[in-house]
Design a protein around this ligand. Sequence first.
Ligand code: HEM
Length: 448
Amino acid sequence: MPVSGDSPNDASLQPSESDLDEFNLFDPEIQQCPHGYYAKMQNEEGVFETDALGTPIYLVTRYEDVAACAMNTSLFSSRFDAGSMEGNSEYARRAQELYEQEGGFERVGTMLTVDPPEHTRYRRLVSQAFTPKAITSLEPTIRKLANQLIDQLISGTATGQSLDFVELFAVPLPVAVIAKALNVPDDRLSDFKRWSDASVAGIGTNISIDERLAADREVIEYQKYFADQLELRRKTPQNDILTDLVNAQIDNDDAEGFDSAPLNIAEMLSIIQQLLVAGNQTTTHLLGEMLLLLDEHPEQWARLAEDPLYGKDVADEALRLAAPTQGMFRVVSQDTQIGSTTLSAGSKVVLMYAAANRDPEIWEHPDTFQPGREGQAKHLSFGKGAHYCVGAGLARLEARIVAETLGERLSNIQVTNRSELRYIPSFVLRGPQRIDVVVSAKEAAGNG
Ligand code: HEM
C-alpha cells in the first residue's frame, strides 16, 4: 500500500495565488483535486464568486456559513431548477416536444427542488414509505451482496490480475440495494442503472443539448416503467415502499400551511427519480473514496481488518473528507450578505459541503483521515436542515457494512492505478472513475 501524499484528495496541493483567478467550476482538471482551491477560498473571503454558466455563482465555503444558509430555506431557496424545462431556450423547446411525442409524464419539482411548506408535504409523505424500519430490513440484503461481490473480487484477482473496484463493487451494490428497496426485479437491474445515470446526466457538468435529450429519452422510459408499477400497486397492494408511497396520507389537521393531498403520479415519479439520483452515484463514490483512503492509510486498514466494527468510524470519516455531493445550489430570495459578500435577490449560490467539511475552525488537521475523531459526525455531507438527506441512514448502513465486510474478508487491498486515478469531472457528484485493485483474502474467511 502506498503512503499518503499523492492522492487527488490530498489538500496539501495548495494552488498559487493566480490559480484561484483561473478557477472554473466546470474544468475537469480542477475537479481532479479541488480541495486546495476550496481551502484558499475559505481563507480569503469565504464566499468565492465565479462566472461559470455566464452568470455569477457564489461558492459558500466556510462551515458556519454553509450550515446557516442550509437552515434558512426562506432566504436560500432550493428552487434552483425552476424554469429549466420552460421558456424559449432551444433545450426547453426540444425537451417539451420529446416528452409530448414519447408520452412522458410532466416533470414536477418535489423534495430537492422545492421549499417549505410545499417541501414539508413531500417529506411527510415520503417518510411514511422510506421508514427506518424499511431501511433496517435491507441489512441482510446489503451484507449478502457485499459478500457476493467480494467473492467475485477474490476469485477474479486469484490470477494476479487487477480488477476495477468501481465497476465490480461500488456501482452494483447501491444500485441493487435501491432496486431491492423499490422491488425492481433482478432482470431489470441494468435498465435501472441506465435510468439512474440518465437522471444525473448534466448535473454539475456541461453537456450538449443532444446529450441532454438522449438522457431525457431514457428518463421517459424510466417514467413509463414506474408508472406501470405504481398503477399495479394501486390495484394490488404489496408489502413494499412503492405501495406505501401510493397510500401515504396526511391528516388535514396535521397539514399546517400546506396541501394535504396524497401524491399524484407525476410527483411519485419525481420522488422515485430523486431516490435514484440522490442515492446511487453518491453511494458509489463514497464506497470508492473509502477504499482509496484505506489504501492510503495502511494503519487504518490494519485496524479495520482486526476490528471490523471500526467500519462505522471509517465510513463517517470518509464521508467527511470526500463528500460525494460536493455542493448544492440555492437561489437567494432577497438581497442579503454572507460575511463581507453582498448578494442580490436571484443570485445563484452553491453550498460547498466538501469545503465546509475541511474547515479548520471545526476540525483539527482537517485534511487528515482520522476515523473516530472528535466531532466526526458534524460533517455536512448529507446537508443540514429541511433538505437533510432522506437516505442518510441507508447510505451509512451500506458504507458501514461494506467497511465491516472488507475488514472481515480481506487481509489486504492494493490499489494499482493510483498514479492514473481520474475523477468524474462533476463538481456536484465528484468521485473516482476507476480504481484497479488486487485483493488478498483472509485465510479461512467465511463466504457470506
Ligand atoms: C453517500 C451517499 C449520499 C450522500 C453523500 C447524499 C447527500 C445528500 C445531500 C447533501 C442532500 C441535501 C441536498 C441539499 O442540500 O439540497 C441529500 C438529499 C437527499 N438525498 Fe441523499 N445522499 C446520499 C445517499 C442517499 C440515498 C441512499 C438516498 C435514497 C435512497 C438519498 C436520497 C436523498 C433525497 C431524496 C434527498 C432530498 C431530500 C430533500 O430535499 O428533502 N440520498 N443527499
